[in-house]
Design a protein around this ligand. Sequence first.
Ligand SMILES: Cc1cc2nc3c(=O)[nH]c(=O)nc-3n(C[C@H](O)[C@H](O)[C@H](O)COP(=O)(O)OP(=O)(O)OC[C@H]3O[C@@H](n4cnc5c(N)ncnc54)[C@H](O)[C@@H]3O)c2cc1C
Length: 469
Amino acid sequence: MPETYDVAVVGAGVVALAVAEELLARGLTVAVIGPYGGDHAGQATRAAGAMLSMFSEIEPGHPGDRVSVETGERLAAHRAYPAWLSRLAATGERVVSTVAGTWVLAPAGRLAQLAPITAAARAAGHPAEEHDAGQIPGLHTPVDTAGALWLPTEARIDSGLLMEALSRVIRRHPRAVWHDTTATGVATGVVRCADGARVEAGDVVLAAGVATASLLDEAGRPVGVPPILAGRGASVLLHAPAVSVPHVVRTPNAAFACGAHLVPRADGTVYLGATNRLTTSVDLTHPATLDELAVLAADASTLLDHRLAGAQVRGHRVGLRPYTVDHLPLLGRTRDPRLLLATATYRCGVLLAPRIAALIADEITAPGTLDDHPYRVLRPMPTPAASAALDNDAAQALIEHLVQGGANLPTAAAEQFSEFVELALQVLLDDACEQGAALRRLWRSAPVVEVVPALFALPRRMKGTPDVR
Ligand SMILES: Cc1cc2nc3c(=O)[nH]c(=O)nc-3n(C[C@H](O)[C@H](O)[C@H](O)COP(=O)(O)OP(=O)(O)OC[C@H]3O[C@@H](n4cnc5c(N)ncnc54)[C@H](O)[C@@H]3O)c2cc1C
């Protein structure tokens, strides 16, 4: 084994492992630096439902150019999956398969959210069938459910089984070494490890999720790394024999999160996800709060099927989704030409993994390949004005966030509140407003719509009262 590798890959989530496996498949020597065993606390991958959502993450407010770029990459990932899984199986690994079929159900008053999903699927030549929600197999939907969409080509995978297979393939590979530790710092061609090892490589790929920037001097700013935000998500695993759904069932995105969703697992359990809360203090070890679990429980039984209230909890996980201000991944070289990033996959990293792996391997074997890619690291990042981002959709999503857990607001009051919040935020975030200084600092640290609940909670936090949500 050489002491210096072609590539060192830092991280142990699905992105790092997919990249490492692809590089091995292309004949390179690879060192992986990241935890192998243990409970993988805070890892997004193992907290994920692992829906392979090509279309159902699209929201009515998403700009058309973003939808077209993201859908293109998600479709490319979808096409890459079969060959990727076959390659893993060809190593003698247990076969990990995708299972096709996703139901998207629109809760009362939210039928319009299905329209952009339907449009994107049909534009890509994929079927999208409108149904009555009562037709979803295995589910007793609430009577006021507005409608349902059947996406027969949107699939799921078991992220735990996928990670086991990927980990074993890499561990057994004769051209791979796995340093079961964490990186403490990265410089040109060098990774320093917590166990004292120093790994040298021609290229270093940083794929440590929300921890990526923390491994670089000044959070990577000198080499052009933009801010990487963290969307904390909780999920639970249930034993729910009364609710036997053969396919993914989900609501559209809401309340800054990816809807309530059930994902059946091969062992008979069912995954229920997921919350999404921007967190400015990244702590991989912070367990799920009772409030996060209460939101999951209430959404499951009020939006999906009331019988889920009786399901037994088999376990729960928290993961931190890495994302950027423009919500697109970060792929390719930084200003240090030997340092690459593969991260910021936000809600779709399990889907994107084989596609990202191929793009990174292309860049390493043929430098410059990603120079014009929309996900390149050195793209200009927007600096959105608060007024542009905090529109009426944000106020509406704040209401959805606040009433998670089963509360309700009469329609007229919700509309008034939404317009009031929009106005209040515009005033407070205006530079002329003295009382809004702390809110503006928070906005500048995370200028994304997902910061709205944190803005709303800030005055209370400033008084020293702990967050309840
Ligand atoms: C609740 C939830 C539900 C989701 N649902 C879906 C879904 O249905 N479909 C989908 O496609 N995506 C989903 N996602 C998103 C997806 O999980 C992520 O986009 C993806 O897993 C990110 O992978 P990653 O490898 O970049 O990061 P992670 O999986 O977070 O892995 C990062 C790794 O880096 C390691 N690390 C941290 N610090 C260091 C260090 N110093 N040195 C070495 N290693 C380090 C960590 O231990 C961890 O293993 C979901 C995410 C969450 C949280």
